[in-house]
Design a protein around this ligand. Structure first.
Ligand code: FAD
Length: 387
C-alpha cells in the first residue's frame, strides 16, 4: 500500500469511484480507500433510477448535465454501464397533484427538460400493464432513465486504475490526520497514507469521518435511514420500462431492471436513523400493497429478493458538496438522500475540477449544496427523494 498520495478519497461507491476517476483523468495522484468491497454501501442496493425531474433549479440543471454525461459514459469508460433512456412517469391521483405537475413541468421545460403532462391512456401506452383507471394524469419525461450500478462502479474504478489511481478495498479509515487546521492524511487499519487533500465520500458514514477530522458530528447532519427494495423474477423486457411512481401512494415505485427485466419495487416506508440493514416484513407488506395496485399483474409474479440500504439524509434532502472551510484540504460529497447514484458522473467531475483547478465547468451550484449551510441554519427547498 502506498504511504503517500496527493489525494485520498474515502468511500468506494458511485460517488467515490467517480471522484477518483475524474481526479486521475486530470493527472492527480489519487488513492481510494473502501472499508468493504466497492459498491457495498448504498450504491449496489439502489433502484438504478436517473432523473432530471426535480423541483428546483440547482438539481434540474445538475441532472440535465448528468444525463448528457450518462449518455456518453459507456463510451468514455470503455465499458457498458447499460444506461437506457426509458423515462420516469409520475402519476397524479388528485386535481391538486395535477396542478403541481403543471408547475413542475413549467420549471423543467424552462431549463430544457422535455417533461410533459400526459393522459392516463397515454400512460398506458408507455406502461401497458398500468392500472391507468386510478390516475388523473402523468408527469412524463422520456429522457430520464436507468443504468447498472454494479457496472458503473466497476467501470469508474477500472478506468481510474488504468489512469494511475490506486484503489484499496477492505481498507478502513480509522482517523484523519489534521495539523494546524490542515489535512495531512489518513490512518487506516492497514497503515497511514499521507496526503494534502482528503475527500469524504462515505455518504451514510460521512458524519463519522467528519468527527475523525475533529468536526462536530452534527455539523453536517447526515442521518442513515434504512430503505428497502424487492425484486421479482425476470419479466419480458418492455413492460415496465420507466420508473413509475404515484407520489401520493407513499412514494411507491416500480421499475424493470434494465439488466434482466426483474421488477424493482420500492416505497417510502423507512426506518431509522439506523445502520441496520436487516430487511423487514412491514416493508414487504407495504411495498407489495402499492406495487400490485400500480401494476395489478404483479400479483402473479414471484419475489426473488429483498434487501436494504441507506438514504443518507440531510435535513433538506440535498447533498453536502464542496470544501470544508475549517480544515484546509478537506472536502465532502455526501448526504445524497436517495439520489446519489444518478448524480455521480457530474459530482465526481465537479469535485475533481474543484480540487485540481479550484473551479469547475460543471453546472453545479456550490452555494446550493454548501456543506456549511446547516450551521448557518439555512435549508434549501426539499429535494424530492424518490429514486
Ligand atoms: P455509498 O455507495 O454508500 O458509498 C460510501 C462508501 O463509503 C461505502 O461503500 C462504505 O463502505 C465506505 N466507507 C464508510 N466508512 C468508511 C471508512 N471509515 N473507511 C473506508 N470506507 C468507508 N439513488 C439514485 O440515484 N437512484 C435510485 O434509483 C436510487 N434508489 C435507491 C433505492 C434504495 C433502496 C436505496 C437504499 C438507495 C437508493 N438510491 C438511489 C441512493 C443511492 O444508493 C445513494 O445515494 C448512492 O449510492 C450514494 O453513493 P455514495 O458513493 O455516495 O455512497
Amino acid at each position: 500500500m502506498k504511504s503517500k498520495a496527493e489525494v485520498v478519497v474515502i468511500g468506494g461507491g458511485s460517488t467515490g469511484t467517480s471522484i477518483a476517476y475524474h481526479l486521475a483523468k486530470l493527472g492527480a495522484d489519487v488513492v481510494l480507500v473502501e472499508k468493504g468491497y466497492l459498491g457495498n454501501g448504498s450504491t449496489f442496493r439502489c433502484a438504478t433510477g436517473i432523473r432530471q425531474q426535480f423541483t428546483d433549479e440547482a438539481n434540474i440543471k445538475l441532472q440535465k448535465y448528468n444525463v448528457e454525461r450518462w449518455k456518453k459514459l459507456s463510451e468514455e469508460l470503455e465499458y457498458d454501464v447499460n444506461f437506457k433512456q426509458t423515462g420516469y412517469l409520475f402519476l397524479a391521483t388528485t386535481e391538486e397533484e395535477v396542478e403541481a405537475f403543471k408547475q413542475n413541468i413549467k420549471l423543467h421545460n424552462k431549463f430544457g427538460v422535455p417533461t410533459r403532462l400526459i393522459t392516463p391512456e397515454e400512460a398506458k401506452e408507455i406502461v401497458p400493464l398500468l392500472n391507468a383507471d386510478e390516475f388523473l394524469a402523468g408527469q412524463w419525461n422520456p429522457t430520464d432513465g436507468k443504468a447498472n450500478p454494479f457496472k458503473t462502479v466497476f467501470a469508474f474504478a477500472r478506468k481510474a486504475k488504468e489512469l494511475g489511481a490506486e484503489i484499496y478495498e477492505y481498507t478502513e479509515v480509522t482517523d484523519i490526520i489534521v495539523e494546524n487546521n490542515e489535512v495531512k492524511g489518513v490512518k487506516t487499519n492497514r497503515g497511514t497514507i499521507n496526503a494534502d487533500v482528503v475527500v469524504n465520500a462515505a455518504n451514510a458514514w460521512a458524519p463519522i469521518i467528519n468527527e475523525m477530522a475533529g468536526l462536530d458530528k452534527e455539523f453536517i447532519p447526515i442521518k442513515p435511514y434504512k430503505h428497502q427494495l424487492v425484486k421479482t423474477e425476470p419479466l419480458k423486457e418492455g413492460q415496465i420500462e420507466p420508473l413509475v411512481c404515484p407520489p401520493a401512494w407513499n412514494d411507491s415505485y416500480v421499475i424493470q431492471d434494465g439488466e434482466d427485466g426483474g421488477v424493482l419495487c420500492g416505497t417510502g416506508l423507512e426506518h431509522g436513523p439506523t445502520y441496520d440493514v436487516t430487511p423487514t416484513y412491514d416493508f414487504l407488506r407495504e411495498v407489495l400493497k402499492w406495487a400490485t395496485r400500480i401494476i395489478p399483474a404483479l400479483k402473479y409474479v414471484h419475489i426473488l429478493r429483498q434487501w436494504a440500504g441507506f438514504y443518507a439524509k440531510t435535513p433538506d434532502s440535498n447533498p453536502a458538496i464542496g470544501k470544508i472551510n475549517y480544515i484546509d484540504g478537506f472536502y465532502i460529497a455526501a448526504g445524497f438522500s436517495g439520489h446519489g447514484f444518478m448524480m455521480a458522473p457530474g459530482v465526481g467531475e465537479a469535485m475533481a475540477e474543484l480540487i485540481v483547478k479550484g473551479k469547475t465547468h460543471v453546472p453545479l451550484d456550490w452555494e446550493w449544496y454548501d456543506p456549511h449551510r446547516f450551521e448557518r441554519g439555512e435549508l434549501r427547498s426539499t429535494a424530492f427523494q424518490i429514486g
